[in-house]
Ligand binder design. Structure first.
Ligand SMILES: [Zn+2]
Length: 268
């Protein structure tokens, strides 16, 4: 499943192909993904000039000179393909630029989404409206304020998109491990000193993953590059039973329906 760093990598990969280009052709190859494609998608995008590509949480955003923003989410299995040699069954949306470059949105499981909203109203677009700050913009005082009075486990709070936006299961597990904080600890009970370890840990795990994605981006310079996923190595995530660097052993339990990985020796 693509997390924030994959979405960031995707946006950076699309940028050189799309930014400053006109969209010459739009092919919508089925009616819906998770929800219906906008009915007027082709009409509003065809001939539009792309003025900016950006990301908010796990959403990619493409602004045009017509005051529209295409908002995409990759769901469970979505990825953009650049200049594919053949269009595949699961390429549901195909854009062709005025330079003849082709971008296809491939999503076999169709949990992704494509919406078109007015650029000046992006902030009030429902999926984006209630989001907390970007993980890279989070600071200690902001997090402290957001955790105040919250008795829920820190793991759950960090996954709450209104506390911090776009932080997924993998990076929450990794950041808590790096900061030495037990995933079940109540949010409000974490001292400022420990938040001063947690915030940089969040910045580091996300920053390192984006850097890793950036290194895979070089491969996309070649035709047929598929944007979206890259291999990563983790200290605790998906490593149940493995040794932690502290000499402890990584354990797993279920929290809010999702697997939490942690080290009982160095996370308190
Ligand atoms: Zn440990």
């Amino acid at each position: 499943m693509p997390e924030l760093p994959e979405v960031e990598t995707t946006v950076r990969g699309l940028e050189p192909v799309l930014n400053g280009r006109k969209i010459a052709r739009v092919e919508v190859r089925r009616a819906d993904l998770r929800r219906a494609f906008p009915e007027d998608l082709g009409q509003r995008l065809t001939g539009a000039l792309v003025t900016k590509l950006w990301r908010r949480a796990k959403y990619g955003l493409i602004d045009t000179d017509r005051g529209d923003t295409l908002v995409f989410h990759l769901g469970m299995s979505g990825r953009w393909r650049i200049d594919p040699e053949v269009i595949l069954a699961h390429d549901h949306l195909v854009l062709t630029t005025d330079e003849g470059r082709v971008l296809s949105l491939n999503d076999p499981r169709r949990f992704g989404s494509v919406d078109l909203v007015r650029t000046d109203a992006v902030g009030s677009f429902e999926p984006l409206a209630a989001l907390g700050p970007e993980p890279m913009d989070l600071d200690v005082s902001e997090l402290k304020r957001r955790l105040a009075g919250r008795q829920a486990p820190i793991k759950q709070l960090l996954l709450d998109q209104s506390v911090v936006a776009g932080l997924g299961n993998i990076y929450v597990c990794e950041a808590l491990h790096r900061a030495g904080i037990h995933p079940k600890r109540a949010g409000a009970s974490i001292s400022t000193d420990r938040l001063k370890r947690l915030v940089p840990a969040i910045h580091e795990v996300i920053g390192e993953a984006i850097a890793a994605g950036g290194s895979t981006l070089r491969d996309f310079a070649s035709p047929n590059g598929d944007l979206g996923y890259f291999s990563k190595s983790f200290a605790v995530y998906d490593r149940e039973g493995s040794a932690c660097a502290c000499g402890g052993k990584v354990k797993r339990f279920t929290q809010g329906g999702r697997s939490t990985f942690y080290c009982p020796r160095c996370q308190r």
